[in-house]
Ligand binder design. Structure first.
Ligand SMILES: Cc1cc2nc3c(=O)[nH]c(=O)nc-3n(C[C@H](O)[C@H](O)[C@H](O)COP(=O)(O)O)c2cc1C
Length: 463
């Protein structure tokens, strides 16, 4: 029987030591009539320089293949920069059509922290390139050790293989992005305050400054309306030695393995600023790739939510409404990090005067919120994300010591079993609830009892 030719693309910079790769390799162990070529994209694209001939060979291997399996870790709520860069390089070479008509799926290993955003991005990007993407597997570091899970993995591979062989039609999940929908932003003449205040330390991170694009003009409007001095940092200009290589030296030793000073630069930035403004261009289904490089490197600060209690906001240029996962990424980052983002404003607004007014208003709101030390409420994105971090750090507290100290000091270990009052309440109620009249009494009084304390505060107008 004819062998189906797969290319297994490993996006982890850890190469052969990648956990994701072990899962992907297992898929091939029991499946018959398959052959595969393994390409270590993550490892080969980690340094800023890369080997052109290697890229050409990889494109050739993809061309000759029937299907692709992406093996990738989740990095900073997406895939590693290296994989974003891989697509970008192929696009720059005008060779994206090499993917067209192929079947694809993904094996992602992670802690299930915003892994859905990574899969959405990968699926959408593959679909844009004309691939038939079949829902992949998102796995943790234990799944492969479980016999039942392995059985399901074998089933998954058989199904995927059959889909390739029989060329079954696969529904497209993402909508193609309609380009050219962003109006040119033409703000009116802006005058800047000559004497900005210096007491609120504000940093603006951007991938475009003082250029011709909308984003530069959005920044100008923001700066003119914001009453405090702002340090603008163009993240393109940082001399990155390379990408995050997933070595976890930052977690184990406390120091990043790279020698370009990024760890200190970033930690000084988030530890010292009061307000962090982000100005970002969208590209494809994410932001400009340099953001991914930058954000992956911020992992050197571990899982410490250093912006907690401070303030932030986002200016975005590009079709944000068409890539809701980018919005969710920004909102998730805000909610988990308790950054108190005062909003995301995109330039998908036809009326320049209105956009200008919105940016000016946000600039003044961020200043007021910072001075009032306003803290936003929480929601599912933040509570859910933080529970994953909490359990992860607590489970490894002997190893990830800086993170552990941070979580302990800020009382982020909010496990229900540590609430003694609640424990005693439940022991007492468990006994009392054995009796039906008690249960009926509770039912009859539940509504007023549940709001009693809150009502007292409202009624007494307590401050
Ligand atoms: C820079 C970096 C960022 C990460 N971000 C996430 C994340 O956003 N969500 C998640 O679930 N895991 C995250 N992880 C954990 C990895 O996804 C996980 O350890 C994965 O199994 C590593 O796979 P690999 O050995 O194939 O590289 C991150 C790890 C690193 C090093």
């Amino acid at each position: 029987m004819k062998q189906t030719r797969f290319v297994l693309i490993n996006a982890s910079p850890k190469g052969e030591y990648s956990l994701s790769l072990q899962y992907a390799k297992y898929l091939f162990v029991h499946e018959e009539n398959v052959e595969h070529t393994l390409v270590h994209v993550g490892e080969r694209l980690t340094m800023m320089d890369y080997d052109e001939s290697w890229l050409a060979e990889t494109i050739e291997a993809i061309e000759k293949s029937d299907a692709i399996i992406w093996a990738t870790p989740v990095y900073t709520m997406l895939v590693p920069w290296q994989l974003v860069r891989f697509f970008d390089l192929i696009k720059q070479k005008g060779r994206l059509s090499v993917f067209s008509g192929k079947y694809a799926t993904a094996v992602m290993s992670c802690f299930h922290y915003y892994d859905h955003l990574a899969e959405e991005w990968l699926r959408g990007t593959c679909e844009d390139a004309g691939m038939s993407f079949i829902e992949g597997l998102s796995v943790d570091n234990k799944d492969l050790l479980d016999a039942d899970f392995r059985k399901s993995m074998r089933f998954f591979m058989k199904e995927f293989h059959m889909a390739c062989v029989n060329q079954i039609p696969v529904p497209r999940k993402s909508m193609p992005i309609v380009q050219g929908t962003i109006p040119i932003f033409e703000p009116t003449i802006i005058t800047t305050d000559d004497n900005p205040k210096k007491d609120i330390k504000t940093v603006l991170l951007t991938d475009e400054y003082q250029k011709d694009g909308n984003l530069s003009k959005m920044i100008d409007v923001f700066l003119a309306s914001y009453p405090n001095h702002v340090e603008v940092i163009d993240i393109n200009t940082y001399q990155y030695e390379g990408a995050c290589q997933g070595c976890l030296r930052c977690e184990l030793v406390g120091e990043c393995d790279r020698n370009d000073g990024f760890q200190t630069f970033y930690q000084d930035l988030v530890n010292s600023c009061d307000v962090l403004v982000h100005a970002m261009n969208i590209e494809g289904r994410y932001l400009k790739p340099v953001w991914k490089l930058f954000l992956d490197r911020t992992f050197a600060n571990g899982h410490r939510t250093s912006m907690m209690g401070k303030h932030s906001c986002y200016l975005v240029s590009g079709p944000l409404g068409q890539v809701p996962q980018v919005r969710q990424f920004l909102e998730g980052k805000d909610r988990v990090g308790r950054e108190n983002s005062m909003g995301i404003i995109s330039d998908e607004v036809a009326d320049s005067a209105r956009l200008q007014a919105m940016i000016a208003d946000m600039a003044r709101r961020v200043d007021r919120a910072s001075r009032a030390k306003y803290q936003k409420g929480v929601n599912f994105l933040g509570v859910g994300g933080m529970k994953i971090f909490r359990d992860l750090i607590y489970g490894m507290r002997g190893v990830v010591r800086d993170d552990h100290r941070f979580y302990k000091a800020r009382k982020l270990y909010d496990f229900p079993q540590k609430d003694i009052k609640n424990q005693l309440f439940n022991v007492f109620m468990a006994v009392a609830f054995l009796f039906k009249p008690v249960r009926i009494g509770a039912y009859e009084n539940m509504k007023p009892l549940y709001i009693a304390a809150h009502k007292r505060i409202v009624d007494s107008k307590k401050l």
